[in-house]
Write a protein that binds this ligand. Structure first.
Ligand code: XMP
Length: 516
């Protein structure tokens, strides 16, 4: 892999994504990992990310010079560029001029890194210190107002660096810079394609499960559907899918799974009606993490029952189902605190929400992928477009969209409001444009309204439309006012107990996409 060493920037994940967009596999590792551990992963190239610190600050993350001497191609970005310059004997100084935001970089020599890029380009900068003198052996390629040395390279040692952030969209030729580094500087080729991911995963799944039986929790969403299709491709009839109706679904969801997915793939499916079970486990619970843990646990208990049914049905007395497939994605792992050094923001039901006494061994073929990559894999596997392009819907379902206790009555209210929002967004042709639009019921909040001639004292519904590339960050979608008006009118007229509709205008960060 190409390893992105995270020096504490919010950009490290983004760099990995951009490398994968160039069809080369990439992962993020923390800067606290030792040079020998990093090199033991046999990296094809290293990218040193930006970071918040100055290289002179106390406790500034250090760059072990061993990483630059290992013969592995290296690209330093922003802080990583300065740390590299310093380690190679160049000088980094406080220029007294902070550069932040969009600025112009001027190329003096293109070299390998800036080959084919116009002499003047808009780039995204964020730095106080700057490289004042390039290390011996390095050719200066570009400069900007605040950075006399804004890019350099040593083609012989395959060491490259840029002061700006090529991974952000505001850097005009950013992707070109990364590709120049990857393809030409490091001599890598574009092999991370959907076909290769499938071939690789099919082999890994076969090796993991052998001739054993496997079950897969199928929600009808993209992730679990693609995971199921992959496992089906690998082990065929050893797989049984289990669809759990936990009572926290949106309207029409169960029908869609049966109609679209099973018809297209022919997988064996068991449907379990577990609404009572989930609702009684959730009775009286208001804390978001507790809800998530309960839902994660109940899912597993239902899968255990289903596994026994699979065995009984097959007349395979005494056998047990050892494997459970889950559609866990890379961002789920990172956000549940599973990434190296990452904090637990919330326990995704299929990662941090799993019970300790889990009887199954997990099969998670999408664990290294971002959503857009999962979609490509799904298309390649022949998963129907109606599923591949479905907006994300969380496993804990409407349970984490009712702020307060989850009850059947509240679920009915939320389901009705959600159906209206989905209908109107589809009618407006916005399904692909927005990433997803959680609809949230503030069940413990009431406000006064007037309807007809009477006073009402009802609940607010929150609309949370967001745009995003991978759910790691998001912005609120600027929906047309007329559409918002239609949605608001319909909800307040058609859904009993709701007398107010409000719009969430918070990006992520600081908000998360879901409210719980
Ligand atoms: P947040 O709220 O963390 O959500 O910004 C990021 C993305 O993940 C989805 N999400 C989940 N998906 N199980 C899932 O399968 C979960 O427990 C879960 N929690 C959040 C959320 O809808 C968004 O797309």
């Amino acid at each position: 892999p190409v390893l992105v060493i995270d020096f504490g920037a919010q950009y490290a994940q983004l760099i990995a994504r951009r490398v994968r967009e160039a069809q080369i596999y990439s992962e993020v590792v923390p800067h606290s990992m030792s040079a020998s551990e990093i090199l033991a992963k046999d990296p094809a190239a290293l990218i040193l990310s930006g970071g918040p610190a100055s290289v002179y600050a106390d406790g500034a993350p250090a760059l072990d010079p061993a990483l630059l001497a290992a013969g592995v191609p290296v690209l330093g970005i922003c802080y990583g560029f300065q740390a590299m310059a310093q380690a190679l004997g160049g000088s980094v100084g406080q220029t007294g001029q902070r550069e932040y935001g969009s600025t112009q970089a001027v190329t003096s020599q293109g070299g390998i890194l800036l080959d084919g890029i116009p002499a003047r380009q808009q780039v995204w900068m964020s730095h106080g210190d700057a490289v004042a003198a390039a290390p011996a052996g390095c050719t200066v390629l570009a400069s900007s107002a605040g950075a006399p040395v804004a890019a350099f390279e040593d083609a012989e040692r395959r060491l490259f660096g840029v002061q700006w952030h090529p991974e952000v969209q505001h850097s005009e030729y950013g992707q070109q810079v990364l590709k120049n580094f990857l393809y030409r500087g490091a001599g890598l080729s574009a092999t991370w394609t959907a076909e290769n991911v499938i071939a690789d995963q099919v082999a890994r799944i076969r090796e993991q499960v052998g001739a054993d039986r496997v079950i897969c929790g199928l929600s009808g969403g993209v992730d679990s559907s693609v995971a199921a299709a992959l496992v089906h491709r690998a082990v065929g009839e050893q797989l049984t899918c289990v669809f759990v109706d936990h009572g926290l679904l949106r309207s029409g969801e169960k029908e869609q799974v049966e109609r679209d997915f099973v018809a297209a793939t022919g997988v064996d499916l068991i449907t379990v009606d577990a609404a009572e079970r989930f609702l009684s486990a959730l009775a009286g619970v208001t804390d978001p993490e507790t809800k998530r843990k309960i839902i994660g646990r109940e899912f597993i208990r239902v899968f255990e029952d289903a596994a026994r049914e699979v065995v009984a049905r097959a007349g395979a007395h005494g056998e047990v189902v050892k494997f459970l497939v889950q559609g866990t994605l890379y961002p789920d792992v990172v956000e549940s605190g599973g990434g190296d050094g990452a904090a637990n923001i919330k326990s995704h039901h299929n990662v941090g929400g799993l019970p300790d006494d889990l009887q199954f061994e997990l099969v998670e073929p999408l664990r290294e992928l971002f959503k857009d990559e999962v979609r490509q894999v799904g298309l390649q596997l022949g998963v129907p477009e109606a599923i591949v392009w479905r907006q994300p819907f969380p496993g804990p379902g409407l349970g984490i969209r009712i702020i307060g206790e989850v009850t059947k009555e509240r679920l009915d209210v939320l389901r009705a409001a959600d159906a209206i929002v989905r209908q109107e967004l589809t009618a407006a042709g916005l399904d692909r444009e927005i990433w997803q639009c959680p609809v949230v019921l503030l069940a413990d909040v009431r406000s006064v309204g007037v309807q007809g001639d009477g006073r009402t004292y009802g609940h607010p519904i929150v609309l949370r439309p967001v745009s995003s590339e991978d759910a790691m960050t998001a912005d609120w979608s600027r929906l047309p006012y007329d559409l918002l008006a239609t949605i608001s009118n319909r909800i307040t007229n058609e859904v009993a107990d709701v007398n107010r509709v409000v719009l969430d205008v918070t990006s992520k960060p600081p908000g998360t996409i879901e409210w719980e």
